[in-house]
Design a protein around this ligand. Structure first.
Ligand SMILES: [Fe+2]
Length: 165
């Protein structure tokens, strides 16, 4: 465990002005949303599940990279609500700026943003990080106890929600 120190870029992102502003915007726009929300709890769930997948498969992906990718993956949700732009693409764009502000190299930024841009697509993941983000995003949602399942687009063909483990 790294904890918070000078080189701790995960917590640098959490303190980043733009990051905090985007979270606030999403929160405001999702106030009356009855489906899955996109807040820090979701981001942390995704980070932890993606890291578990990484451990289970012994992939050896850097923990910081996994956490950062998860923390940023839905940050463009507000852009989708306001402008109709796909949030995976919007999040990728916004993540570029934040990663730059928080001291990530160009190479690191490319890999993280690639995973974010691909996180709504099931197939053909460019990296294992990208696949873990996709899987963790799905695994993080407690659909079995959701009251909005009747109208949720994930279950519009009558699928029964189950816990995948
Ligand atoms: Fe997500």
């Amino acid at each position: 465990m790294k904890g918070e120190d000078k080189g701790d870029r995960v917590n640098k992102i959490l303190r980043n002005k733009k990051y905090k502003e985007y979270l606030k915007r999403i929160e405001g726009l999702e106030k009356t949303r009855i489906y899955c929300k996109h807040h820090i709890v979701h981001f942390m769930d995704v980070a932890r599940i993606a890291y578990i997948l990484n451990l289970e498969e012994e992939s050896g992906i850097d923990k910081e990279k996994i956490y950062v990718t998860a923390l940023l993956h839905d940050i463009g949700r507000w852009v989708e609500y306001e402008k109709g732009i796909d949030h995976a693409l919007a999040s990728k764009e916004l993540a570029y700026e934040i990663l730059k502000d928080c001291g990530f190299t160009y190479e690191e930024t490319v890999v993280i943003c690639q995973a974010i841009g691909h996180h709504r697509i099931k197939e053909n993941h460019p990296t294992t990080l990208s696949r873990y983000l996709y899987q963790a995003d799905k695994l993080s949602r407690p659909c079995t106890s959701c009251e909005s399942i009747g109208t949720c687009k994930k279950f519009n063909k009558g699928e029964v929600p189950v816990v995948v483990y």
